[in-house]
Design a protein around this ligand. Structure first.
Ligand SMILES: [Mn+2]
Length: 372
């Protein structure tokens, strides 16, 4: 149980995310060299809904049991009493509570005093390589190391906040947290909460204080089919609708890896129960509230088709009008031609009867000769 070396991992969220973090931790551990251990810091604040102390303690006990004979030390820290520090930061479309949970990990320098450096990971990640490689990087006095967004919907020039190495020692020395919070309170609204804050603060005003990781350190596997899964160092299931725990059929590329690790934790049955509950709720949602919405949606689409058909009819009418316009114009042309023709015949008969007579005689003569 005693390793020469330990790396520090930071996770955060509401306490029910402990279950998901367990899967990420297991993936990180199984890819580490044997003599490297992990110190986990899980910071939580149950600000969305209260979670029963007994339930929470049961989760913690199960995590400890999962890793009982592994080189992992756990620190579960309730930071609810520090959440007022971030309450004036940007609130996204998720609403106040969910938005604020995005900032929990930034409180680490206030709480974790005895470590120099820590790797922050989202709870929707699978680590696919030995993390000590990034942990051993000398950060100098850089404040943070980040990877750019790859395969996500946002601008690929932005950083993704799901994975970072935070130079805690430097943050504490410079009181970076106070500075970031002050900076963040002045920012306009964005749904990307902490990620927007990191991009504005580190990407724009402190770009000389960051280190950059290769895209393979934080990648959404579906959008990079050319990369072999084993080449992706951290698989990140970012976004609300593609979580592997909602993908029991493993349709999303790499989901099976998540389930493979999930199966090794004590939460496996709980994940399946959550999956069933989630889909039942989706179906119920569809049957009740969403049903009317969907009918409305169909109605709108039908209306849309009607409008398009109307548009086509209007275009056809315009064409028909043009065609009938052409017809009128053509018949006028014919009339004019007719008139001129008649006129020219009349003219010939009226004014040049002798010539006509001679021509007719010639034709008759020729015909007679033909007969002979
Ligand atoms: Mn994420």
């Amino acid at each position: 149980m005693n390793c020469k070396k330990y790396i520090n991992l930071l996770f955060s969220g509401t306490s029910n995310y402990i279950k998901y973090a367990t899967v990420t931790i297991l993936s990180a551990l199984e890819n580490l060299q044997e003599n490297v251990g992990i110190n986990v810091y899980f910071l939580y604040a149950d600000i969305i809904e209260p979670i029963d102390e007994d339930v929470k303690n049961a989760w913690i006990e199960q995590v400890l049991y999962t890793f009982r004979d592994k080189n992992v030390n756990f620190n579960f820290i309730d930071v609810s009493d520090k959440m007022h520090l971030v309450e004036n930061l940007n609130i996204g479309m998720w609403g106040r509570e969910i938005s604020l949970t995005h900032y929990i990990y930034l409180l680490a320098p206030l709480i974790i005093k005895n470590v120099d450096k820590i790797i922050y990971l989202d709870c929707d990640m699978i680590v696919n390589y030995g993390l000590s490689e990034v942990f051993d990087n000398d950060m100098g006095d850089n404040l943070i190391a980040l990877a750019k967004q790859h395969g996500f919907e946002l601008d690929e020039e932005d950083f993704n906040s799901g994975f970072s190495v935070i130079n805690l020692k430097q943050w504490i020395k410079e009181d970076t947290l106070t500075d970031i919070i002050k900076f963040g309170e002045q920012l306009p609204k964005s749904d990307f909460c902490d990620q927007y804050l990191l991009n504005e603060y580190f990407g724009k005003t402190h770009s000389n204080r960051i280190m950059l990781f290769d895209k393979k350190y934080n990648l959404f596997p579906i959008t990079y089919p050319e990369l072999n899964l084993s080449e992706i160092k951290i698989l990140h299931y970012a976004g609300p609708n593609i979580k592997p725990w909602y993908d029991l059929d493993c349709n999303y590329r790499g989901s099976f890896l998540w389930w493979q690790y999930a199966r090794e934790t004590v939460f496996y049955e709980s994940f399946i129960a959550d999956y069933i509950m989630h889909h039942r709720l989706c179906i119920e949602d569809w049957m009740s509230k969403d049903y009317n919405e969907k009918i409305g949606d169909c109605y709108n689409r039908i209306n849309d088709c009607h409008n398009r058909i109307n548009d086509c009819q209007n275009i056809m009418n315009v064409c028909l009008n043009r065609i009938s316009g052409c017809e009128k114009w053509l018949s006028k042309c014919f009339e004019t031609v007719d008139k001129h023709y008649k006129k020219s015949i009349e003219y010939i008969f009226l004014f040049r009867p002798f010539e006509i007579l001679v021509k007719m005689l010639i034709i008759v003569k020729l015909k007679i000769f033909e007969q002979l």
